[in-house]
Design a protein around this ligand. Sequence first.
Ligand code: ATP
Ligand code: MG
Length: 249
Amino acid sequence: MTEVPRSHPRYESLKTRERLVEGVESGITSKAGLIAHGRGEAFDYLLGEKTIPAAERAERYALGVLKKAENPVISINGNVAALVPDEIVNLGEYLSAKLEVNLFHRTEERLKKIEEKLRENGAEDVLGLEADAEIPGLDHDRALCSKKGIYSADVVLVPLEDGDRTKALKEMGKTVVTIDLNPLSRTAKTADVTIVDNVTRAVPNMIDMEPLKEEFDNEKNLSEVLDYMGERLKGLTKNKITEEDMDGR
Ligand code: ATP
Ligand code: MG
């Protein structure tokens, strides 16, 4: 692949795409994962490709919830493994959370490749390869999980998750934290804590933050994100609000 020059205005975004393409080529990421990423990118554009204040608050609140959990589990799919393999292993260690590979398009080969990638990045224990439990209410493949991982977790961090699975996890009584750039997705609306930020920013952010002390209301936080996107768009079309103005929000 040709190198993206650092001076390119879309350097970060293009590097991220490269990492995903490499993920597909090495068998870690599914082709459908590329499409999911494209949807995420579109929403990231509306945020100005940065962590907005509402997202930062959600990250800090999520951190507190995960730190207080008894059996926290981080679910890892092919996009997460391609984009933030090192950072997600670090976050797992920091939170004393288990890592579980959980795929929408599950194949033995992809499970193994992701496990390998996480081990290369320092993970010691990776769950999910031997699925010995099922999430009730989902069809067979998508229900598979690990008994000592997701099945028995009290809090699960499910970045880039599908809406059906999020709903099924909620119905099991779990506290669900997600990272999803689309504030309108079913996952975003169903989770207890929704971080509307790119997984490439949210995961490293959470490692050196102070947990939020104030109250947190997920529905309100999502409305704030939508207001932010709306105002930013209005400002950009009418040239009324500058990027600097938005930074102060
Ligand atoms: P839902 O099933 O929750 O209604 P969906 O079907 O629209 O959502 P999925 O493909 O199931 O979408 O889930 C992928 C989600 O991950 C999308 O909402 C997309 O916006 C989000 N996403 C993709 N790439 C990233 C990323 N890099 N960081 C954060 N979120 C992302
Ligand atoms: Mg979906």
